[in-house]
Design a protein around this ligand. Sequence first.
Ligand code: SF4
Length: 237
Amino acid sequence: MRRSAPPPGFPHRATLPEVWVEEVRKAVLSWSADNERHFPWRQTRDPFQLMLAEILLRRTQATRVTQPYSELVSRFPDPQSLANADPTEVRAMFRSLGLVKKADQLMAAARVIAQEHHGRVPHDLAGLLKLPGLGTYSARALLCMGFDEPLPMIDESSGRLLRRLLGLPAHRNAYGDRELLAIAKELLPVGSARRFNLGLLDLAALICRPAAPRCPSCPLRKLCSFARCAGGARSGS
Ligand code: SF4
């Protein structure tokens, strides 16, 4: 079956073609079922543990924080225990990685949750954004991953993929881009937002790489403006 693709520079203020949207959803979910990356924070739905992960992951590579994350949730499994922790001990867990500032943010966030939210992670964007160490992306990610809110998650890598997919200009900053967020929201499949968001992140990290997208291996290649216009051979976007 010949697949549909939006024209390069698709007028993204318009509604995306329904058939195309459905094919993108299916392609991402199907690819993700076989290719999902495994990180310890993807094994939990506990909002506090997910919050710790989001603070650690902010502007930091996942591989760098995998081990300290596991140590942290094992030693301090809930907000109260981390709020009451000896700062010297927590900082020591991150000192060799040069992430002492994150240790302070983690403890400060735990204290706010313990003291102002009865030990429960806030379930709303405004409440999460008041926690030290969380930004808009990480707060949205937490709402989706921990509370099953159907919210899009656009970081630099998934934003890059969507721009290529739709033939949008490459120079935009993905964080806070309202049009990209609207597109990502339209793409979210009902009932599978979490899986779709993770699939998009993994696809962007493993296939739609910044300098050399692996279009021939991409499940979206027949739906993608970039691959169609550049034959998948162009190396940047
Ligand atoms: S086909 Fe190529 S450019 Fe398009 S989403 Fe896949 S890897 Fe990225």
